[in-house]
Design a protein around this ligand. Structure first.
Ligand code: UT7
Length: 323
């Protein structure tokens, strides 16, 4: 059988860093509250930059670190819930931005699970023999859809983009399990899109992101271990055979709860949300990129990637690291 493998990683975050103390100066919150409830210390916020801009930067970054030329890329999938506009899609803007003239391009919205859903599509294209090489990007400007006067949500999120190249050959992306529960749609929703947020006047009218934080917390603490166990079962692996668990970066307490349920040490669950907050579909590829850059991932090591988010949606993958 043809296998699909991640062969390069890249990322981009906007320059503007906003610390918890910066937020505490303009709203009724504190570094202590945000850190103790979430683990977040700061986040990057796009100023004058759009989702497509960041997606192009992450795409250029991954390309420069790969052995591929832009024209070798056969498809581009951008996972995003915060596109700049309805069409053209973000992936077409990436194609234009990096000169990937032979790629077909589309966006995929599965909120914070978008990167894993997109990875599963890319894996399917490659394993079926239809295509040999593609790019998957998670890119978000959540800062445009949160109400900056609503402390219970705005402190949680950040902007950024992460990208991977997926190619045919070698051991790589193993079993994946995805799921959704549309009945839970109300607990995390945003009826207006970032498209409507161009200026102050339109921002006043938009329906910002709403979240029942405790309900999402309970859902994640239950569903993430379940989907990871489903992947491990498919692979015939025990939790201790996994080198690192790379989870969607929403809340350090959720990550710790998953670690406890899996009876695995927290050291196997890398965290970077202290510096980026929750970047939704970008969180897993940004973290993967950082871990790869620092040499934390060893070739041949087995990883679990797992995400969850609005929809409700969730997904997990076993990836054998082999770059
Ligand atoms: O990508 C997927 C997305 N989302 C998630 O994964 C989120 C999952 N949920 C969570 O991470 C947590 O539920 C939150 C971090 C969102 C909230 O933590 P919590 O421990 O569930 O707090 P809470 O909502 O129960 O609020 C506790 C208190 C409330 O005050 P009272 O009613 O007890 O007086 C809030 O008003 O904390 C207050 N509060 C704040 N205080 C200071 C809420 N936000 C803030 C804030 N600063 N930013």
């Amino acid at each position: 059988m043809i296998a699909a493998r991640i062969t390069a990683t890249g990322a981009y975050v906007p320059e503007r860093k906003v610390t918890n103390d910066d937020l505490a100066r303009v709203m009724d919150t504190s570094d202590e509250w945000i850190r103790s409830r979430t683990g977040i210390g700061s986040r990057h916020v796009a100023v004058g930059e759009s989702t497509s801009h960041m997606a192009v930067k992450a795409a250029a970054d991954v390309l420069s670190r790969s052995g591929c030329r832009a024209e070798d890329i056969q498809f581009i999938i951008v996972a995003t819930g915060t596109p700049d506009h309805l069409f053209p899609n973000m992936a077409c803007l990436v194609q234009e931005g990096i000169g990937a003239s032979h790629a077909f391009c589309f966006d995929l919205n599965a909120a914070c699970s978008g990167f894993l859903y997109s990875l599963s599509v890319a894996k399917g294209y490659i394993e079926s023999g239809m295509y040999e090489r593609g790019m998957v990007i998670g890119a978000e400007t959540i800062s445009k859809v949160v109400d900056w006067k609503e402390r219970s949500t705005c402190v949680l999120f950040g902007d950024g983009a992460g990208a991977v190249i997926i190619e045919k050959g070698g051991r790589g992306i193993g079993s994946m399990v995805m799921g959704a529960d549309g009945k839970g749609g109300e607990v995390l929703r945003c009826s207006s899109s970032s498209i409507l947020c161009h200026d102050e006047e339109s921002r006043r009218k938009i329906d910002y992101l709403h979240m029942d934080g405790q309900e999402v917390f309970r859902f994640a603490a239950r569903q993430v271990p379940a989907v990871i166990e489903a992947v491990l079962e498919k692979e015939g692996l025990e939790p201790d055979q996994i080198g690192h668990y790379i989870l969607h970066q929403a809340n350090e307490r959720i990550i710790a709860s998953v670690a406890r349920k899996m009876k695995e040490p927290m050291e196997k669950f890398p965290v970077n949300l202290d510096r980026y907050g929750n970047t939704s579909s970008a969180s897993i590829p940004i973290l993967l990129h950082e871990l790869h850059q620092t040499g934390a991932l060893k070739n041949g090591e087995k990883l679990i990637l797992a995400g969850f988010g609005a929809g409700l949606t969730w997904g997990a993958a076993m990836v054998e690291w082999n770059i």
